[in-house]
Design a protein around this ligand. Structure first.
Ligand SMILES: Nc1ncnc2c1ncn2[C@@H]1O[C@H](COP(=O)(O)OP(=O)(O)O)[C@@H](O)[C@H]1O
Ligand SMILES: [Mg+2]
Length: 251
């Protein structure tokens, strides 16, 4: 974040757009005979070419700065994730509590909301009424945050127009089921098992730890994490089942 923000500051400081006031002043000076100035005066004659050069420069600068700011936003997102999970941890929430799953889902969605909007991804909620569950909040948050990030990244990877993530809360006997469905890049059948392996990733900057630890954590909680996809380009659905009565009872 330090590198990105220094870079943005430096770019703006050195921006060629800083020459615009001088140009405006020059034109102001010759307000009375602008036509003549632009057509005849050696300085005036350079202005049209200079302006088109300047606009190219400024457009390029803008693109670089926007790209860098995007990076910055990504990193802020990441920090938010860490802070949320840590705070929950620090609150001593590592014990089993009775919780409304929809509150946890909203908290996880909140973390990703800026990026979802920025990437034009529609987030749809389909929540059924479900009983409160006995569980460990930060563990679920950790799983969900990764599922949502994966869904977001899967959507970013698709060329087609409508990008959508649907989060469902479904009641099943003895369990509360959380589903994160996206219409992104999908998963080829040969990868459906491998994606849970430690270190498996198809992303340039991926770590491949999210699903692995998610599946382990789900099991610790007495539940399970599963996946379904019709294949490449067909989206994916992840399903997290959590026992209503907590890990002890279901295990
Ligand atoms: N929603 C999804 N759509 C398509 N592929 C996915 C999705 N979620 C996970 N994957 C696949 O599973 C891999 C492992 O995911 P994960 O364990 O979270 O690690 P990472 O996100 O660091 O790659 C991803 O690299 C990707 O290939
Ligand atoms: Mg991931």
């Amino acid at each position: 974040m330090n590198v990105a923000s220094s870079f943005v500051a430096e770019s703006l400081r050195k921006s060629k757009a800083g020459n615009l006031p001088k140009l405006a002043a020059l034109l102001q000076e010759h307000q009375q005979d602008l036509g003549n100035f632009l057509a005849v005066d050696p300085r005036g004659r350079q202005i049209p070419a200079y302006l088109s050069q300047l606009s190219e420069h400024v457009a390029a600068e803008q693109a670089t700065v926007l790209k860098e700011l995007g990076q910055l936003q990504n990193n802020i997102e990441h920090i938010k994730e860490i802070v949320t999970v840590q705070q929950d941890f620090a609150r001593g929430a590592s014990m089993v509590q009775t919780l409304n799953i929809s509150d946890i889902v909203e908290e996880a969605l909140q973390i990703h909301s800026t990026m979802m909007v920025r990437h034009d991804i529609e987030v749809r909620r389909e929540f059924e009424e479900v009983p409160a569950i006995q569980t460990e909040k930060h563990k679920i948050l950790q799983i969900l945050i990764n599922l949502l990030r994966n869904a977001k990244q899967a959507c970013e990877g698709t060329p087609h127009g409508e990008k959508r993530v649907v989060v469902r809360i479904v009641s099943v006997p003895g369990f509360v089921r959380l589903m994160v469905e996206d219409n992104g890049v999908g998963i080829p059948p040969e990868n459906l098992t491998r994606i849970f392996a430690h270190g498996f990733t198809t992303k340039r900057d991926g770590h491949g730890f999210g699903l692995h630890s998610g599946a382990l954590t789900a099991r610790e909680l007495g539940g399970s994490l599963g996946v379904h996809s019709h294949g490449r380009g067909k989206g994916a659905t992840f399903t997290l089942d959590l026992p209503i009565n907590g890990p002890g009872v279901a295990a």
